[in-house]
Structure formats: C-alpha cells, structure tokens
Design a protein around this ligand. Structure first.
Ligand SMILES: Cc1cc2nc3c(=O)[nH]c(=O)nc-3n(C[C@H](O)[C@H](O)[C@H](O)COP(=O)(O)O)c2cc1C
Length: 488
C-alpha cells in the first residue's frame, strides 16, 4: 500500500469493541466447556504459533459461572493490523514502520480523562467477598507452578515521591483466595516503585488490570522512559484520552472500561514463591524464586468479564509477534534519537522472543558507522534488556526477513574481524544462560555480540558484487515468469 494513502484509525476503545472488530473480520472463534486445568492452555499453545490463527474466546469453563471468559491470541491476522489502527494488507514490517510514522510521531501524548464511573465498576467485591476462584484462571503450561490470572495484564502503580503513574506488564500468579504475586524483574518500573515504597516502610497500592483494552496491554509490555505514563502514550496513539476512574480502594486510576481489575497492597517485606512458569525464552523459570505478595482488597469487574491471556510459548508465538512489531518501531526511534544516521530497517526477531536477535540495516556514511549502530542498539532503552545478538547489515537487506538477515550474517561477516563482544549486559531472569550460582547471587547479566555484517566501509567498492537480479531484471522476471509459481 502506498505510504501516502495510509491513515491510522484505532476504531475501538475497549475489549468489547475490539471483539466486534475481530468478529467482523471473521477472526474470532468461540470454545465452550474447555477446562482451566489444561485445555485452555493447550488450545492457546496451538493458535499462538500460527500468525493466521484466530483469536479464541473460551466460555462456560467448568466450575465457573457462564459468561466468565478467557480470550487468547489477540495479535495475529488482519486483526493485528486493526489493533494498531492500520489496514490489513500491511506486512508486519510495514505495520511497524507505520506505527513509528503515525502512532509515535512527534511523541504524541494525551493525558487521561478522569470520569466518575464506568463499566469496570459494575461489580465491586471487597472484604470477605474477595474470591479469585470465581474466575476461570488457566494453568497455561503443564509445568507451571500454578494458575496465572495475569498474562495479558499490567500493574498500575504510583511512585511515592514523584507521583509518576506507571503501567508495566508483569505476570500475575494466583496464590490464594485473596492473594496474588507479580513478577517484576530487577530494574522494571513496577519494581522501582515497590522499592521506593519499601524504603519508606509503607505498603504500595497497586491496581492489576488482568483483562481490558488490548492497546493498553501492548504498551504496558514495552519499555518506555522513566517518568512517562503509558496511559498518556496510548491516548496519543489513539488520538483520544484513556478514560479512567479512581479505584474504589486505592484511588489509583484504572481504565473505566476494563474487564477485570484487582486492587491491593504490597507489603514491603512479604514475599511468596513464584513460578515455575513457561517463559518467553521457551524455557521454564526456576522453581523457588520469591516475589512480592499482594493482598487483594477489591475485585472490580464488568458483567461477564473477560481475562485477557497472552501466555508465552517457545517463540515464535503471539507474545513475540506483538513485541516484534512494537519493539522494532520503538528501537528504530531510539537509534534515531541517539543520533545514528541513515537507519533503514530494524527488526527484533520473533524467534528470539523479540529480544535475543536484533537486525539493523544502515546506509553506511562513514567508517565505524556499523559498530556505532550495533552498540547503540545493544544499550539503548529498547535493547538494553536481554538482547544477545545484534546484526548490522547494509541497506540492501530487509532485516525483517530472517533468511536475508542470516544470509548477510553468514556470508558477509567474518568471525574474527566482524564480532565485538559486550560483557555483563542487563538480562532477564528468564535467560537460561545465567548460571545457577550467578542467579543465586543476583547477577542477572549476559554477554552479547555485535555482528558487523556490512561490507567493510574502506573496501566496500572492491567487495564482490551480489548475484541477485537488479531491481529492473527482477521486475521483468516477475512480469514474465511469476505464473510458474501459481501452482498447477
Ligand atoms: C505478555 C508480556 C509478559 C511480560 N511479563 C513480564 C514479567 O513477568 N516480568 C517482567 O519483568 N517483564 C515482563 N514483560 C516485559 C515488561 O512488560 C516490559 O519490560 C515493560 O517495559 C515493563 O514495564 P516498565 O518498563 O514500566 O517496567 C512482559 C511483557 C509482555 C508483553
């Protein structure tokens, strides 16, 4: 689609409107009677790996009231374009670029609109009525240590000193009738907030949105700068402010149209075992880690509430698909903001959970340009956490095409001359290369390689020519012989 004809139109404000769009596209299936013990997780695993598979809404889960539902596989097919407000024809790379051009243009940002009530307050359960077992919370993977109500979720918290409201997606495990734990890794903003409250010796108020507007979930799962509130970023993306109501117990701003919000208090000291959980690296996290305990003080939910599920599987999966589109756009913006010139395509590859393998193409302008791009990608806001391989290529490579990127890496890079090793980067507890003794010591770091797979700047003119057809020959070949691929 010509770029000039593109417009962004995010035509929904909440999950119900999003469901109507997915249904209209023919990309929503319903399943009745699947159990939470294993069947919802089994079905989620199957659809998650297939980009063209539908979203699936589970209802009539045995043991739960009819209408208490679970939705999975939001981000796929044409609906993944509609979720970000773009036409269904765009490729994933075009979608990411469109997001960069429109959604994140000029750092669009709109503050929230505070309203007095909303559908999320249709049911407010407090005191002895707080009972998490009313929800059809799945056990997602067979080796999980329990039921995770929060996977397509986010925490809303306030910094006690600055008042900064943060949204961060950290998975949430059900621990009891009125207790949960959440898993914010070291350095994540929700953890920074908790540490600031703990320093004062006070309990942190938190609101946990475990079902609601997919766009808020998408944004809460990506790294934005300190002090920025993701509500405002989503308001800017959509061109309309997010409508929030004060949570009935904590007063924290919660989306007025959310499906389910758990409000609670995080004791500075109380922790509980969390996990194991099948994580985004395709491995289980270790058993026995401890995370903050949340005493749930209220459950707010719409009538017939929907849990939004996004359980990670071995990538590529839905989780990596959505992160690839979002993160590639944001990483390109980070590179440009850091002053790296002439950046072409950027892709955070699905097969590496949109973190472990980053491809960047540049039009080389000077000696050292490729290393500069690689080093910035490895350390900027979007790249700092858990990246491992950064491959920088010339601008004739579309880095979103894994085969093209791998070809450039294997063919144009030299293992001795082209690779820089960067030791001790910030990594994730889900990184299986962290040794058990480093993990125990809290040394969650990894090593990363920056691969310069560009033609060497100082002898690029002597570098052997490629045997791919010129654009003109490729065009004529397509015109004349593409019928050969049409099938018989
Ligand atoms: C579906 C999904 C699940 C995630 N789960 C976790 C998690 O359990 N713990 C964590 O630290 N980060 C998790 N992340 C990554 C964070 O959400 C991401 O780093 C985000 O930037 C955190 O927000 P913050 O920057 O405000 O801390 C997840 C991301 C997504 C999209």
């Amino acid at each position: 689609m010509p770029r000039g004809n593109l417009r962004q139109d995010i035509a929904y404000d909440d999950l119900r409107e999003w469901l109507a769009i997915a249904d209209g596209l023919g990309e929503l299936r319903s399943v009745d009677g699947a159990n939470w013990q294993e069947e919802i997780g089994m079905a989620a695993e199957i659809v998650s790996h297939d980009e063209d598979a539908p979203a699936v809404l589970f209802d009539n889960v045995p043991g739960c009231a009819p209408g208490f539902r679970v939705l999975v596989n939001v981000f796929g097919g044409r609906r993944m374009r509609a979720t970000l407000g773009f036409p269904g024809e765009l490729t994933k790379a075009e979608l990411s670029e469109a997001l960069l051009d429109f959604g994140f243009a000029e750092e669009r940002s709109l503050p929230v609109e505070t309203v007095t009530t909303g559908p999320v307050l249709e049911n407010v359960l407090t005191g002895a009525d707080v009972d998490l077992s009313i929800f059809p919370t799945p056990q997602w993977h067979e080796g999980d240590g329990g039921r995770y109500i929060g996977t397509g979720c986010y925490n809303v918290s306030r910094h006690p000193d600055s008042g900064w409201i943060n949204l961060g997606c950290y998975r949430i495990m059900v621990k009891g009738r009125d207790t949960v734990s959440y898993n914010a890794a070291p350095g994540k903003h929700g953890r920074v907030h908790h540490e600031a409250w703990a320093k004062r010796g006070e309990k942190m108020p938190v609101a946990m949105v475990v079902g609601g507007d997919p766009l808020l979930f998408l944004m809460a799962g990506q790294e934005v700068a300190d002090g920025v509130c993701e509500y405002d970023t989503v308001g800017g993306l959509r061109g309309r402010p997010v409508r929030v109501v004060p949570g009935p117990v904590t007063g924290l701003p919660i989306p007025a149209d959310a499906e389910i919000v758990l409000e609670g208090w995080v004791d500075p000291q109380a922790t509980v075992p969390e996990g194991p959980f099948g994580d985004w690296t395709g491995t289980y996290t270790e058993a026995g880690r401890v995370r903050p305990l949340v005493e749930v003080a209220s459950i707010c939910h719409r009538n017939d509430p929907i849990i939004l599920g996004c359980p990670p599987q071995r990538p590529p999966d839905e989780y990596s698909r959505l992160c690839a589109v979002m993160r590639s756009a944001m990483l390109k913006r980070n590179l440009q903001d850091a002053g790296v010139p002439d950046v072409g395509s950027v892709w955070c590859h699905e097969v590496g959970g949109a973190r472990l393998l980053i491809g960047v193409s540049i039009t080389q302008r000077y000696p050292g340009h490729a290393r500069q791009a690689g080093q910035v990608a490895a350390s900027c806001l979007l790249g700092a956490y858990a990246c491992k391989w950064i491959v920088v290529v010339d601008d004739d490579i579309d880095v979103s095409e894994l085969n093209q990127l791998m070809w450039a890496w294997l063919t144009l890079a030299d293992p001795v001359r082209s690779v820089d090793i960067f030791k001790g980067g910030w990594t994730s507890p889900a990184d299986p290369t962290v040794t058990p003794w480093d993990r125990a010591a809290g040394n969650l770091t990894n090593n990363r390689a920056i691969v310069d797979a560009c033609r060497p700047y100082h002898w690029r003119d002597e570098f052997p020519a490629l045997n791919v057809p010129s654009p003109e020959v490729a065009r004529r070949a397509k015109e004349k012989f593409s019928w050969l691929l049409d099938g018989n």
